[in-house]
Design a protein around this ligand. Structure first.
Ligand code: AMP
Ligand code: ZN
Length: 483
């Protein structure tokens, strides 16, 4: 089945053709860890999760890379405003690294509660300063930079394709449409690659560089880290739509300015979650966290269900009524599945299996419509509809329905897989010797990942998959289940 994705570059649906057949690599802009993620941010990560799992479901061996921004992100995306990390550190009387560590942990706690699979690679900006410096050197060698007022800037006049992603009008660019207060810039759209003259007193983290002691601009981290882990040409890059005009536009200028060739093949952007017709932000007093939903009695997966009810490219309006409706619908889905589970005779739990060959035409039809929905630019509303039609199918073996649900929920992640595993007893009944072997391989894979030997890590994952063992990477470690 051909996967079609809406490419912001070109503004059209395109067939996904990976650079390396059978493999897919994608980079998703990760969180700036100066605060808790708000539920709008979390929409971006549920979207990345659906993309990741869909690529794997469609048979691509997928590498998902996500950055953690712990340096350089100002309150204004265009080198303006205050340093987000520094501000929080000052406010809380902690160091920047303590703040980063605290909110990174909080972020992964949230993503875990939302059944978001941990990316293959999670990389922190502060661990990659040297990679950024090396990349900036290449950009400089290609004549795209200038020094002014102690900072190194990217000169967009040297990159004629600058506005191609955001469809920026070059005449507007010349007229200086964006208001900018940095008088060092030759063009208001120029941006900082390396700050040496910090505008903030007591800048917490600084490094030596060919341009002086200082710290990187925000955008360079994504170019440097994506290239490090995915190569100089990558399949897919994601982020929220707010990143199109500045962050991703600047990432392209830097990356292609350094390599001299095309960088990203497919640009995917999620629309915003809005509340009271406005952007979710702390200053507007409409900043909701996942914890605040839990405190009101919702399960995190109710929120996931709510998000999946809309296509990722549609704006969603948050409301408590809509949350109630998602909660009730998910509850009734769970009830239906529970009823089906109760029809499986004792001792026959093995008949529910995600790898089972499905024979019933009705079940096969639901599975095909599910795959087609996801392949059509990740249509989760249609995929949910296929799940509903499957649970309501009558006159077919219940084990086939439940096996189909198991496959679907591996992607949708709305809590049904866990319910089914509870019933089937997951890993019970596996001989101790086999458990020992599995545990040993899981540990070997952890070590391979730690030493960045992703090839060996993938080999082990596939080896275990062939034995029916599915791994799940969580912040607390890797868990496994036999299915
Ligand atoms: P940040 O931590 O600010 O860099 O944002 C993390 C991700 O959340 C980015 O991909 C943003 O584009 C995305 N994002 C921010 N606000 C929203 C929102 N209200 N709805 C959906 N995505 C958002
Ligand atoms: Zn980014």
């Amino acid at each position: 089945m051909t996967l079609k994705l809406y490419n912001t570059m070109g503004r059209e649906l395109q067939d996904f053709v990976p650079i390396t057949p059978g493999k897919a690599g994608f980079y998703g802009c990760g969180p700036t860890v100066y605060n808790y993620a708000h539920i709008g941010n979390l929409r971006a990560y549920v979207f990345q999760d659906i993309l990741y799992k869909t690529l794997e479901f469609l048979g691509y061996e997928t590498t998902h890379v996500m950055n953690i921004t712990d340096i350089g992100h100002l309150t204004g995306d265009q080198d303006s405003g205050k340093d987000k990390m520094l501000e929080t550190a000052k406010e809380k009387g902690k160091t920047v690294l303590e703040i980063a560590d605290f909110y990174t942990k909080a972020f992964f706690k949230d993503t875990e509660r939302l059944n978001i699979k941990r990316p293959t690679v999670v990389c922190k900006a502060t661990d990659h300063i040297q990679d950024m410096i090396e990349l900036i050197k290449r950009i400089e060698a290609n004549g795209h930079t200038y020094m002014a007022g102690g900072n190194l800037y990217f000169d967009i006049s040297t990159f004629p394709d600058y506005g191609k992603l955001a469809l920026l009008n070059l005449d507007d660019l010349k007229a200086g449409a964006r208001i900018d207060i940095d008088e060092n810039k030759r063009n208001p759209y120029d941006f900082v690659l390396w700050f040496t003259k910090s505008k903030f007193e007591n800048q917490a983290l600084v490094w030596d560089s060919p341009w002086g002691r200082g710290y990187p601009g925000w955008h360079i981290e994504c170019s440097a880290m994506s290239m490090k882990y995915l190569g100089e040409e990558i399949d897919i890059h994601t982020g929220g739509i707010d990143h199109i005009p500045i962050h991703h536009t600047n990432e392209i200028a830097q990356s292609e300015g350094a390599t001299g060739h095309k960088w990203v093949h497919y640009w995917l952007h999620n629309e915003f979650l809005v509340i009271n017709k406005g952007k979710m932000s702390k200053s507007q007093g409409n900043f909701l966290t996942l914890q605040s939903l839990i405190d009101k009695g919702y399960d995190p997966l109710d929120y996931r269900y709510f998000l999946l009810g809309a296509h990722y490219r549609s704006q969603i309006m948050f409301s408590w009524e809509a949350m109630d409706s998602a909660k009730n619908t998910r509850k009734s889905l769970e009830k239906t599945v529970k009823k089906l589970l109760s029809q499986i005779p004792e001792g026959q739990e093995d008949s529910i299996n995600a790898d089972k060959e499905l024979t019933s035409p009705e079940v096969k039809k639901a599975m095909e419509s599910f795959s087609a929905a996801l392949a059509a630019d990740l249509s989760t509303p249609k995929a949910l509809a296929s799940m509903w039609s499957l649970v309501k199918t009558e006159g077919v073996p219940v084990s086939e329905i439940l096996s189909g649900i198991l496959v679907m929920d591996k992607i949708l992640g709305i809590g049904l897989e866990e319910m089914i595993f509870d019933k089937t007893g997951s890993n019970s009944g596996i001989p101790a010797e086999e458990i020992g072997e599995i545990e040993q391989l899981v540990q070997e894979r952890q070590a391979a990942k730690k030493s960045k030997d992703f090839q060996r890590a993938d080999e082990i994952r596939n080896l275990l998959k062939d034995k029916g063992i599915i791994l799940e990477d969580k912040p607390t470690g890797t868990t496994w289940k036999k299915i």
